[in-house]
Design a binder for this molecule. Structure first.
Ligand SMILES: *Cc1c(COP(=O)(O)O)cnc(C)c1O
Length: 451
């Protein structure tokens, strides 16, 4: 009797079968060799554990799966059925068609990124977004950097290193992912001077703290939580007026920062960028990929003299945005200028979608999924904006003995689907599912429900 190990194919024999079964998929030779070896190692271990040897074809398919897995992108699309519109873990804002087209056009070729086409000489990458950001915000000048954390850092290190920044105690917050305003301040070399109390801070508190070393008055929009009850924060206009009187600039970190009002959609008013500029803030910082609905970026708008200082700081180079980001931001901002943001920008389309419309989409799909029902649910804006605020929505509800396992299987399917468990069922909120993903969603769910 031959040893069971002798029934295992050689690496070469396995490789030949793998290549036959690869269906013309051109996989790199060295990867296939690695896959064949790994598969045979496993097969040997199985034999050692007393298992029967798999047929050659089975081993070849295992090796193929190994090789294909190695070539599969780590970053891949997810269908967001969580109902959280700006989900940081799922990449925040999906981009508008116009933004994607612009990023493709600029990314795939050369551009006038730092080239003055009229003069035929070197230009500046920081000019491209200025015109639109100023038009939309009412500010004198504007600058885009890598993200809002970078925007705050650049502003602090440029304007307040070695000096003091006055912040209300109720605003010295953690924004998420361990990003804490007091830490950023320390990193920039500025000293935090906290004034007022957790729940109440008055203009006189700031006024009393101003001294020789004061560089900035800073307001932070406490975007991800809300204090209720006996609460007072100094209105931005009062803070900015105090700053002007004492010759100290005011920095307003809006976090999400929106150019459109949220109240028409049944949500609490989120402060707009224009309001902050009009209230007299000298610099306003906000994210590109939260309520703006564009690519990851940090936008800084405000007084020309201060923005010029930021632009000149050596760190501005380290925090600068690339050409595709500029292209995506410009296309996104243009939708606001044209007045088509609600229709064109996915984040706003989702916020503005009427519940009946979401329900109709769910009802059109439910018949294709055995055992599914349509139930009302609540969506959220997310992205550290509008805490506790929800939008009435509708979900496809999937009944399952093991909803956690179903949720996991859908996360691991291709494309991945992320839902949430509500009352022991897996809910797929249709508000955040893009229309063009509906068929893929149904197909993924049906595969898992059948399996
Ligand atoms: C989200 C947020 C930030 C950080 O913005 P990123 O673009 O993620 O760097 C800063 N401040 C506030 C208030 C925020 O909500």
């Amino acid at each position: 009797m031959s040893s069971p190990y002798r029934q295992l194919p050689s690496v070469d024999a396995l490789l030949r079968t793998v290549e036959q079964r690869a269906n013309g998929d051109a996989l790199p030779r060295d990867l296939l060799v690695e896959a064949a070896r790994a598969t045979l190692d496993q097969a040997r271990a199985a034999v050692a554990a007393g298992d029967v040897t798999q047929p050659l074809e089975r081993l070849a398919d295992e090796a193929l799966a190994y090789a294909r897995q190695a070539l599969r992108p780590s970053l891949r699309p997810v269908i967001n059925a969580t109902g959280v519109i700006i989900q940081t873990n799922l990449g925040r804002a999906p981009l508008s068609d116009a933004a994607v087209r612009a990023m493709h056009a600029i990314g795939a070729g050369y551009s006038n990124l730092e080239y003055d086409l009229e003069a035929g000489e070197r230009g500046s990458r920081t000019i491209h977004l200025t015109r639109l950001l100023c038009r939309l915000s009412g500010a004198e000048d504007a600058l885009a950097v890598n993200n809002n954390a970078a925007a705050i850092y650049l502003a602090l290190i440029t304007l307040a290193a070695g000096r003091e920044v006055i912040i209300s105690r109720g605003q010295a917050v953690e924004i998420g992912g361990g990003f804490r305003i007091p830490d950023v301040l320390r990193q920039s070399g500025a000293t935090l001077v906290e004034v007022g109390t957790t729940n109440r801070t008055y203009t006189r508190d700031y006024a009393a703290a101003i001294g020789e070393r004061t560089a900035l008055l800073m307001r932070i929009h406490t975007s991800n939580f809300r204090l209720l009850g006996f609460v007072h924060e100094t209105p931005l206009a009062e803070l900015a007026a105090l700053g002007r009187e004492r010759g100290i600039p005011t920095l307003d970190d809006l976090g999400s920062g929106t150019l459109l009002p949220t109240a028409p959609y049944g949500l609490a008013p989120e402060p707009t960028v224009q309001e902050s500029v009009a209230a007299g803030a000298d610099l306003v910082t906000f994210s590109g990929d939260k309520l703006l609905g564009g690519p990851q970026a940090g936008l800084i708008v405000g007084r020309a003299g201060l923005i010029a200082q930021l632009r000149r700081h050596p760190l501005a180079r380290a925090l600068r945005v690339d050409k595709t980001t500029i292209a995506g931001l410009e296309a996104t901002l243009l939708a606001y200028v044209r007045g088509t943001a609600i229709e064109d920008i996915p984040v706003w389309r989702m916020i503005a979608a009427r519940p009946e419309h979401v329900r109709d989409r769910a009802l059109r799909l439910v018949g294709r999924i055995p055992g599914a029902t349509v139930e009302p649910c609540e969506s959220a804006v997310g992205g550290g904006s509008l805490p506790g605020e929800t939008l009435p929505s509708f979900a496809l509800m999937l009944r399952s003995e093991h909803p956690d396992e179903l949720a996991r299987a859908l996360r691991l399917s291709d494309p991945a689907v992320a839902g949430r468990i509500v009352a022991g069922q897996l809910a797929l909120d249709m508000r955040t599912v893009l229309v063009e993903q509906e068929d893929a969603l149904v197909a993924a769910v049906c595969r898992q429900m059948a399996g």
